[in-house]
Design a protein around this ligand. Structure first.
Ligand code: C2E
Ligand code: CA
Ligand code: CA
Length: 688
């Protein structure tokens, strides 16, 4: 086992497929071996040819020697017979040739030892000596005469035809055998080197081409695998790319759109506005920014939950998209704030018509959570044809117009104008001034007495706010109440009036003045404060007063317009706590009869608009009817705006319980009240 493992290891090393780069070493070695073997083979073949040529010459000379020996014998016999002309010359030439050929044969440098032995050593007379003796004897025989000549010739004929010929043939034979052996050797070398070359080629195939092929195969396999892997990677990459571009699109969409409604978001709206600006700056395109704010949307959220609120927002988004053109951009930029960008609107009429369609469509009741819900939409819009309207500016303008629409009573559309902006700026300035006035305690109460119609006794005083302006003097509430309401500062003014009113009452009581009550005006905001009752109780107790000393005047409009549950709860709580609550400005709105019956109100204050026309049959009838209604509900009736004695008399006759008006006294600073009180009580006492 171990052995076979080792063999495999060695084979692997020999094949060396792991390091194909080192194969060139083997190429060099292989080339060297092949060069050597081919060179040797070439040398062997050249040698074979040369040897064959040389040997052929030697053999031919040897054969010629044998032939010459016979010719010499023949020529000798011709000379004897003397019928051959020139035979002696030819004999001489043959002898010369025989002798030089013999010299050439025996003096060859590559003469083998065996041949040397044959020529010079073997036998009684070696071939060389034999040949030379033969030539010598032929010479002697040619010159001899008679018997000697006969004897010599017989000897020479015997030698020539037997011994010399045999010796020459034997030498030639030996030489031929040697030559054959030499050529066989050279051929063997040639064959061996050829075989060696073939072997090297085989080894090259095994040790170079096979490993090279194997490594090429492996490289191809690897390449194919890599290509396959690359193709798969490419597919994955392409897929990832598609996913990425989808994700990017989704991200861009998410970055520019509102997730709930799918409309453009604030950022996108802003970009559209900024992007479209250059067209407008050329002055050839008008743009309209329309801002839409939902009315009563908070109520949907509060009563039906956020899910229903979301549904409502989606419904509104769909409505806006439906009502606008394809090229218009609709967006949601806040909780219930939407924006429409109209590029190149055909006319102002078209914008107004669109605004109307939107307010009407949004006002349609929607079925949410099995409940029919109604909201509204207030719209502000601005039209820019000017060259310098920036995105910010247009949004601010639309916002101002929207603000105005809301202020004017919601559910309507309002266009921006410079006059509107000016008015708003003035109002804003007023807001700031009111804020400063609050900080500097510039609000003070004026009081206006209220007296019973029956005996003229003092019923109480209404506390009316005045702003003691450092430059403008006493500023009436008509100037600042609405602004304070808008700026949501009215509850602070109410609180100041209540506190200062109660201070006043406490002072009056301390001064021994019998003032049964003070009336204070409570704005809707004040009434929505759930802690109002507790706070008033504290204020009253702090001054050793009773809740019944404070009458809270509630505007009829508070109950109708706001349909305000919080305010209704406060009114109930105030009543329960012992405070008196009266309905102010009664007759100016649509008094909800259900509220009148539901709430434990202590009285109603007839508005001046009802009181002023008296005496007049129809006005008288209305007041009589209202007095009857109040009586039946156990409520007192106060008439406001009684300015003259006859007016006073008429109102008394119609059954009102209390009167308030210039005929009794105009509102006055609290410090004047004591004087007025003593004067008035003295007057009443005198009259009685
Ligand atoms: P109101 O509550 O209806 O107050 C009665 C208004 O009628 C007072 O105007 C009073 O001066 C005026 N008045 C009384 N008798 C006569 C009369 O014989 N003839 C005429 N022409 N007017 C008469 P004033 O003080 O200017 O207040 C206006 C309104 O401002 C008040 O109407 C009330 O709604 C609001 N107001 C005044 N003070 C406050 C306050 O402290 N808080 C709140 N929320 N509103 C206040
Ligand atoms: Ca009042
Ligand atoms: Ca009033």
């Amino acid at each position: 086992m171990k052995k076979s493992g080792r063999v495999i290891g060695i084979m692997a090393r020999i094949l060396n497929t792991r390091r194909p780069r080192a194969l060139w070493h083997r190429y060099v070695l292989g080339f060297f071996f092949i060069f050597v073997t081919v060179s040797v083979s070439h040398w062997a073949s050249v040698e074979t040819i040369t040897a064959a040529e040389d040997d052929a010459e030697v053999l031919s000379v040897s054969a010629r020697q044998r032939m010459l020996s016979q010719r010499i014998l023949f020529l000798m016999s011709e000379i004897d017979e003397a019928h051959a002309p020139h035979a002696d010359h030819r004999l001489e030439a043959a002898l010369d040739l025989f002798e030089t050929s013999h010299d050439w044969l025996v003096s060859r440098p590559d003469l083998s030892d065996e041949l040397k032995a044959v020529y010079f050593e073997n036998g009684a007379i070696p071939l060389d000596a034999f040949s030379r003796r033969f030539v010598q004897l032929v010479g002697i025989a040619s010159n001899a005469e008679g018997a000697e000549q006969q004897e010599l010739r017989a000897l020479l004929a015997d030698w020539g035809t037997h011994d010399l010929l045999a010796a020459l043939a034997a030498a030639a034979d030996l030489f031929r055998r040697e030559s054959e052996a030499r050529i066989a050797r050279l051929q063997a070398i040639q064959q061996i080197t050829l075989l060696a070359a073939l072997l090297v080629l085989l080894l090259e195939a095994l040790l170079i081409f096979l490993p090279a092929q194997l490594s090429v195969n492996r490289a191809i396999d690897r390449l194919e695998a890599r290509t396959k892997h690359l193709k798969t990677s490419l597919k994955v990459l392409k897929k990832r790319n598609v996913e990425l571009s989808n994700a990017r699109q989704n991200l861009t969409h998410a970055a520019n759109h509102d997730a709930l409604t799918g409309l453009h978001n604030r950022r996108s709206i802003y970009e559209h506005l900024s992007f479209d600006a250059p067209a407008t700056q050329r002055g050839d395109t008008a743009r309209c920014v329309m801002k839409i704010d939902l009315d009563l949307f908070k109520e949907v959220n509060d009563t039906l939950g956020h899910h229903a609120g979301d549904k409502m927002l989606v419904h509104v988004a769909q409505t806006l998209t439906r009502e606008t053109r394809a090229q218009d951009v609709v967006g949601r930029i806040g909780g219930d704030e939407f924006v429409i960008l109209l590029t190149d609107p055909p006319s102002v009429d078209m914008i107004m018509a669109l605004a109307e369609r939107i307010t009407a469509a949004v006002a349609q009741p929607v079925q949410l959570e099995h409940t029919s819900c109604s909201i509204g939409a207030s719209i502000g819009y601005t039209l820019a044809t000017s060259t310098d309207a920036t995105a910010d500016q247009m949004l601010v303008e639309a916002d101002l117009a929207l603000y105005e629409a809301k202020r004017a009573g919601r559910g309507r559309a309002c266009a921006y104008s410079d006059a509107l902006a000016q008015e708003l700026e003035m109002r804003r300035a007023l807001f700031r001034e009111i804020n400063e006035a609050l900080a500097q305690d510039q609000f003070e109460p004026f009081v206006q007495p209220q007296v019973f119609t029956s005996d003229g006794a003092i019923y109480g005083c209404e506390v009316l706010a005045r702003w003691r302006h450092p430059e403008r003097g006493i500023v009436p509430p008509a100037t600042f109440i609405a602004a304070a309401e808008e700026a949501q500062l009215i509850d602070q003014i109410d609180r100041i009036m209540i506190c200062k009113g109660l201070d006043f009452l406490e002072e009056m009581h301390a001064a021994g003045i019998e003032l049964p009550s003070i009336s204070v005006n409570a704005s809707p905001t004040t009434l929505r404060d759930v802690h109002l009752t507790d706070r008033l109780l504290q204020e009253v107790r702090a001054r050793h007063l009773a809740p019944a000393h404070l009458i809270v005047e509630v505007l009829e409009s508070t109950l109708i317009e706001h349909d305000d549950d919080a305010a209704l709860h406060t009114i109930e709580a105030l009543s329960k706590a012992g405070f008196k609550v009266v309905l102010d400005d009664f007759g100016t709105g649509y008094a909800s009869m259900s509220n009148l019956s539901r709430l434990r109100l202590d009285g109603i204050k007839l508005d001046q608009s009802l009181v002023k026309p008296v005496p007049e049959p129809r006005a008288d009838s209305i007041i009589t009817a209202l007095v009857t209604l109040a009586r039946s509900l156990n409520m007192s009736v106060v008439a406001e705006g009684v300015e003259t004695a006859s007016h006073h008399a008429c109102i008394s006759r119609l059954g009102c319980d209390v009167v308030q008006g210039y005929h009794i006294e105009k509102p006055m600073p609290v410090r004047n009240f004591a004087d007025w009180y003593f004067g008035y009580t003295a007057y009443v006492a005198a009259r009685a």
